[in-house]
Design a protein around this ligand. Structure first.
Ligand code: ZN
Length: 333
């Protein structure tokens, strides 16, 4: 573990009902399942679990992703097995609501279709944990067999929405805005990764063209004060993953992470774990990191958890139950 908390902080973070808004199911793959699949290949703990491990680039991260998990996610059953463990771990950390995505690019390669994968993931949720499933697509995925999948997903009942992910520096192709529009009009909630590797101009482009109100990461928005102001004014939220940004060298150190300044500027922020298998983190540890290196106070941690419930795609009464609980915790501080 990169960040160890004392008992008091451990207990406090555990006591907060939380959300996890930015979690890639493949990137959360439980190591024990990989070991079961191929004990010889996975005999040793992965190198990227070392505390001082840093990915050289997003390509480097993706190479390792394919090396470790490429062959695992080959059926809806495998998604179910992974989800059972991943969602149990969320639940154990007092997470009440999860938004997770799976990569749409797997569908042409497995025998099940999208709705079966979504159902398999949802069936892995323990009682007391609400789960929304998104389909992640890359900038250049609208071609070949995937084109039909992307057109089709708009009508899948179990799908919460789309999330644009993958290589951020690839061109934003014109189909994206059209699919995001159709999906939005069909009642889905769409998100997009931006501002992790690309700067403020790309974040602005994503907001303008895809009309999203939730950006995954978005930390580089800080480089442009006018954009930060716009995020505040338009209520556009950032689902930030501090340890991910550190290990992928989006930031040089946790102390320099933009989350502090974005939060202070009034941007709506949630804290999330991104790819816990490849980062060796847990959601609680991300809360410890910003407390220890960025001086987030207990009331501020409550606020971050509360933001997640405010943004959750969940009925008002369920959200209110946890918002009230958080307000009570804050009131007692
Ligand atoms: Zn992500």
């Amino acid at each position: 573990m990169l960040y160890q908390a004392d008992q008091e902080l451990t207990d406090f973070v555990q006591s907060l009902p939380k959300t996890e808004m930015h979690l890639h199911i493949e990137g959360a793959c439980p190591f024990e399942l990989l070991q079961e699949m191929d004990p010889e290949k996975h005999a040793d703990p992965p190198v990227f679990w070392d505390n001082d491990y840093r990915y050289e680039s997003f390509d480097h991260f993706m190479d390792l992703y394919i090396q470790y998990c490429g062959e695992f996610f080959n059926s809806a059953q495998r998604y179910h097995e992974a989800a059972k463990i991943v969602l149990r771990r969320c639940h154990d950390q007092n997470v009440k609501y999860v938004e997770t995505s799976f990569h749409g690019g797997v569908i042409p390669f497995i025998k099940e279709d999208g709705p079966e994968i979504i159902a398999a993931i949802k069936a892995g949720a323990p009682d007391g944990l609400e789960v929304r499933v998104f389909m992640g697509v890359c900038h250049n995925d609208y071609k070949d067999d995937l084109k039909a999948v992307i057109d089709d997903c708009i009508s899948w009942d179990g799908l919460a929405g789309l999330d644009l992910h993958g290589w951020e520096d690839m061109e934003l192709e014109p189909w994206t805005a059209e699919i995001w529009r159709r999906s939005r009009e069909a009642g889905k909630f769409n998100k997009s990764h931006a501002g992790e590797f690309m700067g403020p101009d790309f974040v602005r482009k994503i907001i303008d063209e895809l009309k999203v109100t939730r950006i995954e990461h978005g930390v580089r928005a800080l480089e442009d004060p006018a954009l930060v102001e716009r995020l505040v004014r338009e209520g556009i939220a950032l689902d930030i993953c501090p340890i991910s940004n550190l290990k992928l060298q989006v930031v040089p150190s946790m102390a320099e992470h933009p989350i502090r300044r974005l939060f202070d500027a009034g941007v709506t922020i949630t804290v999330n774990s991104d790819d816990p298998f490849f980062l060796g983190n847990s959601l609680s540890e991300d809360y410890y990191a910003i407390t220890q290196d960025l001086n987030f106070t207990k009331p501020e941690l409550v606020q971050l958890a509360r933001n997640g419930f405010e943004l959750a795609l969940w009925d008002k009464a369920s959200k209110k139950e946890y918002i009230d609980e958080l307000d009570e915790i804050a009131g007692a501080l």
